[in-house]
Design a protein around this ligand. Structure first.
Ligand code: F6R
Length: 613
C-alpha cells in the first residue's frame, strides 16, 4: 500500500513531508521520494530503499519550498529503483505526480505519448500521468482541468496527487475507484493531503475524505472540491479524535467495512513484485521448493478452515486449470481424521490468515510426518504455519482487525492464483502468452473491485429490506460455489441469521423444500459459463414465491427481470470473478448486521484465531 502526503502552507515542506511519510512506514514500501515546488521549479529527491536512506542522503539540507508532495512506493510495474520511485515528472519538469493504483491501459497510453514525442524514463505505469497532464496543460488547461481530463483517459482505480510549477502553492488530489484513500487535512494557513489519517493526525484533526470520483484543489488557505466532471461539491471538515483506533479506522465506522473497502489495495499488494508484466513471469520469493519438486508432485491437497477453506476451494480450480495438476480440497479438521493417502508426491497447500488455527496446524503436522512437501498461504509473517511449511506465500493485507475475514479471503485467492501460475511455469504447461493473459487478468482486479465497492449504497438499500428475515439460501455453481458458502458464512457470523450455501445443482435434492416467501435466495448468476443453469434455478425459486437477490453481470436484462433485486457486476474472467462476487456477499452481511444492531467487528462467540479444536 503506497503512502501519500502533501503539504502547502507557510512552513518548509520537506521536513513535514518526510515526517508524514515516516508515520506511513507501517504500510510497507520499497522506495520513497518527495517533490517541492519553489521559485518556478520542481525539485525532486527520491531513491530506492528506506526513508532513512533518503533522509540521511540529504544530510540535513532539504530542498527549500513551502508546497510539496511525498510518496512511499510498493513496486507493481518495474523494480524498486530510483528511476521508478515516485514522484514522476513530465518532459519539461513542469508537472509532478504521485499515485496509488494501477493504470490498466498504461501500455497503450505510453505508446501514444511516445509517438507524440513525450520522453518517458521509468518502467512504471504511473509515469503516463504527468505526461497526460502536461499535454492537457500545453493545450491551455489549468492543473485541475488537466487532471480531470487525465482521469477520463485512464482505466483502473487510483489515488493521484499532482502539482505544477505553473501554479505554485497548489496541490490537486483525486480519488477514482477504491485503490486507496485520499484525506484532506485543514490547518491554520496550511493544508495537508494524505492517503491515511496517521500521516496527518499530529498536525490536524480537522479532515475531509474524498469519495470515489472526487477531486480536491488545495492551497494554503482554501480547498475546492469538484467531481470528475467538474461540478462543484460542498464539503467541510469533520473533527476526528486523535487516538490510534480512530486513526486506524479512517473514514469508516467499523473495521469490517474498512477492511472490505481495502481489498483492491490488498490484492495489488499481494501481486506487486510477484506478477511481472513484461516479459510475463512469476517471482514468488519464499515458495521454499525447487521447480523439480513441483514437477514431481502428482496432485495437490488444499486445506483450510472457514473462509480460508473457501479460498482453498478456488485454489483447487487454479491448480487444475492453470497448472494442470489434479487437486482436491478438504476442511483441515476433517482431513485429520481421513488418514489421507499422502506422501512426497502430494503437495499440501494450507490456507490460514492467522497461521495459528489449530486444526490447520495439526493437519500440517500430519502431512509433514507423511513426507508431503508443503506451502502455506498466510497473512501473518512468522506465524506457526509459515514455520512448519517448506515455503509460504504471504498475503500483504496488514492486520485484519474485524473478526470476520474479508480482505484476507480475496488476498488468499490472489496468492493461490499466483502460486498456481508459478507451479504451471515450473511444470512447463504455461507459455508466455497464456501467462501474460493470466497476469493481465489479475491486474484488472483492483480496478474492477473498486467498481463493485461502489455498489455499497445499493447493497445497503437491499440489506434494509431484508434485515428482518431469519433464513437465507445462497446458491451458485462452479467457481462461484465457494462464494455462496462464503456469503452464508459471513451472514451467520455477523448478523446471527441462519444461512446456507449450496451448489445450485443440489437445490432440487432437498433445499428446495425450504423455499417460500419467507426465505430470500441470493443467487450468483454471472456470465461465467454457469449463467444459463443459474437462470433455471432462479425460475424454480420464483415458482415457489422465493425472493431472489441476483448477483448478475452488468447489462443482463433478462436476469435482471427475473430477480426481485439485482446487483450488477462488471464482466470479468471466470477464474477470477469470485474476487468481485465476494464483495456483495461481504457488504450484504455487513449492512444486514448493522441494520440489526449487531456488533460487526466482534460478533458473539467468535475468535479471530481459533486455537482450540
Ligand atoms: C470467517 C472466519 C473464520 C476463519 C477461520 C480460519 O469470517 O474468520 O471462518 O476463516 O477461523 O482462520 P484462519 O484463516 O486464521 O486459519
Amino acid at each position: 500500500m503506497c503512502g501519500i502526503i502533501g503539504y502547502t502552507g507557510r512552513r518548509e515542506a520537506a521536513p513535514l513531508l518526510l515526517d508524514g511519510l515516516q508515520r506511513l512506514e507501517y504500510r510497507g514500501y520499497d522506495s520513497a521520494g518527495i517533490a517541492i515546488v519553489d521559485d518556478g521549479a520542481i525539485h525532486v529527491v527520491k531513491g530506492a530503499g528506506k526513508l532513512s536512506v533518503l533522509r540521511d542522503g540529504l544530510e540535513g539540507v532539504y530542498p527549500p519550498g513551502r508546497c510539496g508532495i511525498g510518496h512511499t512506493r510498493w513496486a507493481t510495474h518495474g523494480k524498486p529503483t530510483t528511476d521508478n520511485a515516485h514522484p514522476h515528472l513530465d518532459c519539461t519538469g513542469a508537472v509532478v505526480v504521485i499515485h496509488n493504483g494501477i493504470v490498466e491501459n498504461y501500455l497503450e497510453l505510453r505508446a501514444e505519448l511516445t509517438a507524440r514525442g513525450h520522453a518517458l524514463r521509468s518502467e512504471t505505469d504511473t509515469e503516463v500521468l504527468p505526461h497526460l497532464i502536461e499535454s492537457y496543460m500545453d493545450e491551455g488547461a489549468d492543473l485541475l482541468t488537466a487532471l480531470r481530463h487525465t482521469l477520463g483517459r485512464i482505466r483502473g482505480a487510483h489515488a493521484i496527487v499532482a502539482m505544477s510549477k505553473r501554479e505554485p502553492g497548489r496541490i490537486v488530489a483525486a480519488r477514482a475507484g477504491n485503490a486507496g484513500g485520499v484525506v484532506i487535512g485543514y490547518g491554520a494557513g496550511e493544508m495537508f493531503v494524505a492517503s491515511d489519517l496517521p500521516a496527518l493526525l499530529p498536525e490536524t484533526q480537522r479532515v475531509a475524505f474524498l469519495a470515489d470520483g472526487e477531486i480536491a484543489c488545495v492551497t494554503a488557505d482554501a480547498v475546492e472540491y469538484v467531481t470528475a466532471a467538474g461540478a462543484p461539491l460542498q464539503r467541510g471538515p469533520q473533527v476526528v479524535p486523535f487516538d490510534p483506533v480512530t486513526a486506524a479506522k479512517g473514514a469508516h465506522k467499523h473495521f469490517m467495512l474498512k477492511e472490505i473497502m481495502e481489498q483492491p489495495e490488498c490484492i495489488m499488494d499481494t501481486f506487486r513484485g510477484r506478477a511481472i508484466f513484461e516479459p510475463p513471469a512469476i517471482a514468488l520469493e519464499s515458495v521454499g521448493m525447487s521447480d523439480e519438486t513441483l514437477r514431481r508432485v502428482s496432485r495437490v491437497m488444499l486445506i483450510g478452515m472457514g473462509t480460508s477453506m473457501h479460498a482453498a476451494m478456488l485454489g483447487r480450480s487454479y491448480f487444475e486449470r492453470i497448472a494442470g495438476i489434479p487437486a482436491e480440497v478438504d476442511n483441515s479438521s476433517e482431513f485429520r481424521y481421513r488418514d489421507a493417502l499422502i506422501g512426497p508426491d502430494t503437495l499440501v497447500v494450507s490456507v490460514a490468515q492467522s497461521g495459528e488455527t489449530v486444526d490447520t496446524l495439526e493437519a500440517m503436522a500430519d502431512a509433514k510426518r507423511r513426507g508431503a512437501p508443503q506451502i502455506t498461504i498466510c497473512n501473518t509473517p512468522g506465524a506457526q504455519s509459515t514455520r512448519v511449511a517448506d515455503g509460504c506465500v504471504l498475503t500483504r493485507c496488514g492486520p485484519e482487525v474485524a473478526v470476520a475475514s474479508t480482505k484476507t479471503l480475496t488476498a488468499s485467492i490472489s496468492a493461490l492464483y499466483l502460486l498456481a501460475c508459478h507451479a504451471g511455469r515450473a511444470r512447463g504447461v504455461l507459455d508466455d502468452a497464456r501467462l501474460g493473459e493470466l497476469i493481465a487478468s489479475l491486474a484488472r482486479a483492483p480496478g474492477l473491485m473498486g467498481r463493485v465497492l461502489a455498489l455499497g449504497p445499493k447493497v445497503q438499500e437491499i440489506a434494509h429490506a431484508l434485515a428482518g428475515y431469519e433464513d437465507f439460501l445462497f446458491l451458485a455453481r462452479g467457481a462461484q460455489y465457494p462464494m455462496a458458502l462464503e456469503g452464508a458464512l459471513k451472514l451467520k457470523e455477523v448478523s446471527y441469521i441462519h444461512a446456507e450455501g449450496y451448489p445450485a445443482g443440489e437445490m432440487k435434492h432437498g433445499p428446495i423444500a425450504l423455499i417460500d416467501r419467507t426465505m430470500p435466495v441470493v443467487a450468483i448468476a454471472l456470465d461465467d459459463g454457469t449463467r444459463d443453469k443459474m437462470l433455471s434455478n432462479i425460475e424454480q425459486v420464483r415458482a415457489r414465491e422465493g425472493l431472489v437477490v441476483g448477483i448478475i453481470t452488468e447489462g443482463d436484462a433478462e436476469l435482471r427481470g427475473k430477480c426481485d433485486e439485482a446487483l450488477e457486476l462488471p464482466p470479468y474472467a471466470p477464474l477470477l470473478y469470485p474476487l468481485l462476487s465476494a464483495i456483495p456477499m461481504q457488504l450484504l452481511a455487513y449492512h444486514i448486521a448493522t441494520t440489526r444492531g449487531c456488533d460487526v467487528d466482534q460478533p458473539r462467540n467468535l475468535a479471530k484465531t481459533v486455537t482450540v479444536e
